[in-house]
Each structure stands twice: as structure tokens, then as C-alpha cells.
Design a protein around this ligand. Structure first.
Ligand code: HH2
Length: 272
């Protein structure tokens, strides 16, 4: 497979497909297989370059569940979409889940723990030659929103991602397979998340493609009070700024609207 940066040279949308009962914005909505497959197909048709299938919520306060349960949720969806030629990633921090997902046809592992969750994860990804998203998170989902503090959030995200990149490469993951993510809302106050978005460009010095997932996140409601399903405008605003500040991949729930916004912004920029 061509390097990730080449495949997504013009920017790529990662559509979110949560096959969970308890995700913060769409828990339960795609829990049965047929509904999940329909939604995955729809996101691909709307312009998602890849569909990110997750079987465990990482919302603040969430506790990890078993690999068996996660596998039962994600595998049929990944196998079904991959068989139709839709590129799929798996949102997991468990090596056992990643291994089975890659065999079923997933091409990217989206590990919100950046290889800290499972000692086997790096070798599973290296052996498969798969793509890997390394995301910054302070702490773990159960505790990450307990007063996160930084001296300089962007500098600390940057040095964390640099260190995790070295760990991945030392374990055999090729540099051209990596994409890095500042982890909006993961161990960050709303202000810290917005700082990470505003100064995203600084992370370009790491030399890897960047991914940003701001979709429906809580920082939006601190600017304009809103429930998760009412945060489309704020999500698009954040994603447009992220793209302008160098994000190569955008992880979003609302694919059609986000793709339209990103394409119109890019078309306008080309005229300037
Ligand atoms: N955000 C969520 C989950 N996975 N992965 C990456 N790389 N970046 C993110 O920002 C990110 C992510 C949380 O959103 P969601 O999947 O909608 O919720 P939940 O974790 O509750 O399933």
C-alpha cells in the first residue's frame, strides 16, 4: 500500500461508526449489524475515505470492557464493509481486537492510548504493515478529565507524540504508516482543547500527517450551550480551522456536511 501521506494527500475524512451502546453522541444508534453496515456504506458514499469502527466508548469516565465483547461488536461490521471495498479502521487499544480486525480487512489501527494500552499492540501492527494513528491523551478515559494540567499543552502534546512515534518505529512500524492526533477532549479542558486546535500548526514540525477529531465534543458546548447532536456547526468550524492549520485527516460523525464544508473551503483557498 502507498504511504498514508500519499493516499490522503488531498485531505481525507474519517467517518465515525460507533458500534457501542454508550458512546457520548451516538451510543446505541448503530448497535445492530444491518444498521451499522448501512451507516458505514452511507458515509463512504458521502465521501468518507475511511470508516472508523469502534466497539468501546472512550468518553470521559468510561471503563474498559472485554476483548470478546469488543470483537463481537466490531468484527462483523469490519468484515462486511471491507468485503465491499470500503477502507476501514478499527478504534481499539487492544492487540487482540486489532489483530482480528486487520485479518478481517481493516487497514488502520486507531489507538487512543498510542500503544500504551497493550504491550502486544505495536508488533501486531508492525507485522501486518498496517497504518497507525497515535493519539495524545493525558491519563486514561476513566480519569482523564480530573483537572488536567499542563505547563504548555501544545509543547507537551508535541513531545508526547514525538516519543510515541519513536516507540512505534522502534517496534517495527514504518514511519510512512503513521498519523498523529492531538486528542481533542482527551485529558484536556475545553480551553486546552481549543488551544490545541488554534496552535495545531506547531505539530507539523513533527513531520507526520495530522488527524483531528473535534466532532460533537464538549468544548463546543462551552462556547454555545448545546447537546452533542446540536454541535454540527461548531464541529465544522473546528474542523475547517484544523484543516487550515495542517490536519490531513478529519474524524467526524456528520460526513456529508463536513465533506462539503472542507471542499468549499479548499476551493475558495485555491482561488486566493
Ligand atoms: N475521539 C473519540 C474516539 N476516538 N480517535 C482519534 N484518533 N481521535 C479522536 O479525537 C477520537 C478517537 C471520541 O469520540 P466518539 O468515538 O464519538 O465517542 P466514544 O469514544 O464515546 O465512542
Amino acid at each position: 500500500m502507498a504511504p498514508l501521506a500519499e493516499r490522503y494527500a488531498r485531505g481525507a475524512l474519517m467517518g465515525v461508526l460507533n458500534v457501542t451502546p454508550d458512546s457520548f453522541s451516538d451510543g446505541g444508534a448503530f448497535a445492530d449489524l444491518e444498521t451499522a453496515l448501512l451507516h458505514g456504506r452511507r458515509m463512504a458514499a458521502e465521501g468518507a475515505a475511511i470508516v472508523d469502527v469502534g466497539g468501546e466508548s472512550t468518553r470521559p469516565g468510561a471503563r474498559p470492557g472485554s476483548a470478546e465483547l469488543e470483537l463481537a461488536r466490531v468484527l462483523p461490521v469490519i468484515a462486511g464493509l471491507a468485503a465491499e471495498g470500503i477502507p476501514v479502521s478499527v478504534d481499539t487499544s487492544k492487540a487482540e481486537v486489532a489483530r482480528a480486525a486487520l485479518i478481517a480487512g481493516a487497514v488502520l489501527v486507531n489507538d487512543v492510548t498510542a500503544l500504551r494500552g497493550d504491550p502486544e499492540m505495536a508488533s501486531v501492527i508492525a507485522d501486518a504493515g498496517a497504518d497507525l494513528c497515535l493519539m495524545h491523551m493525558l491519563g486514561e478515559p476513566r480519569t482523564m478529565q480530573d483537572a488536567p494540567t499542563y505547563r504548555d499543552v501544545v509543547a507537551e502534546v508535541e513531545s508526547f507524540l514525538a516519543e510515541r512515534t519513536e516507540v512505534a518505529v522502534a517496534a517495527g512500524v514504518r514511519e510512512e504508516r503513521l498519523v498523529l492526533d492531538p486528542g481533542i477532549g482527551f485529558g484536556k479542558t475545553p480551553e486546552q482543547s481549543m488551544t490545541a486546535l488554534a496552535r495545531l500548526g506547531e505539530l507539523q514540525s513533527l513531520g507526520f500527517p495530522l488527524l483531528v477529531g473535534a466532532s460533537r465534543k464538549r468544548f463546543i458546548s462551552t462556547v454555545t450551550p448545546s447537546e452533542p447532536h446540536q454541535r454540527l456547526g461548531g464541529s465544522i468550524a473546528a474542523h475547517l480551522l484544523a484543516a487550515q492549520n495542517g490536519a490531513r485527516m478529519i474524524r467526524a460523525h456528520d460526513v456529508a456536511e463536513t465533506v462539503q464544508a472542507l471542499r468549499v473551503a479548499a476551493a475558495i483557498r485555491e482561488q486566493g
